[in-house]
Ligand binder design. Structure first.
Ligand code: HEM
Length: 150
């Protein structure tokens, strides 16, 4: 049985998405257009070209990912941190460019400012946590290094 609290949270999420006009069709459009821009981008295109050899499954996963975030939890099962740790030389500038293209696509696809803001904030938060994870993986925790005196 699904726990009643889980059920309530699930309904809240679906209701929130519906109120903002975030639908599966719009998420699908968002993902398709966003990765078109990414592939044509001078900074990000080459990174994706190297890693993604088969686009349809990647796009399907990303649709599941955004559906999980915005409409219905549990659609996506994956490990974004591991995937991004495996990209050498990924830096803040890449995330900033990624977020700029994402925001641009939101404006084209989503029906109102509230939907754009919601998805933009979620993307920015995830980008920050990926970037933090990548920095710690590379350089260790600066506070700990300081306490060690190195
Ligand atoms: C610097 C910017 C970024 C680059 C270059 C990048 C690149 C990639 C690459 C190459 C993959 C692996 C594809 C594959 O192996 O099939 C991937 C997967 C993924 N990315 Fe990113 N990404 C970036 C930012 C983000 C951000 C900000 C998010 C979320 C808001 C995100 C969400 C994901 C997810 C959910 C996956 C699938 C993970 C999985 O399958 O377990 N990415 N990304």
């Amino acid at each position: 049985m699904v726990h009643p609290h889980t059920m309530a949270a699930r309904e809240d999420k679906a209701a929130h998405a519906a109120a903002l006009g975030i639908t599966e069709v719009r998420i699908s459009e968002l993902v398709e257009r966003f990765y078109e821009k990414i592939r044509g981008d001078a900074l990000l295109g080459p990174i994706f070209d190297e890693k993604v050899t088969n686009w349809p499954p990647h796009l399907a996963r990303m649709k599941d990912f955004w559906t999980s975030i915005a409409i219905e939890s549990g659609r996506f099962r994956g490990n974004p941190m591991i995937k991004h740790l495996a990209i050498s030389d990924i830096k803040r500038i890449h995330f900033d460019r990624w977020l700029a293209l994402f925001d641009e696509t939101l404006q084209e696809v989503m029906p109102n400012a509230g939907a754009c803001r919601f998805l933009s904030e979620r993307a920015a938060r995830i980008a920050d946590s990926l970037m933090t994870g990548i920095s710690i993986h590379r350089d260790g925790l600066p506070e700990i290094a300081q306490k060690r005196g190195d």
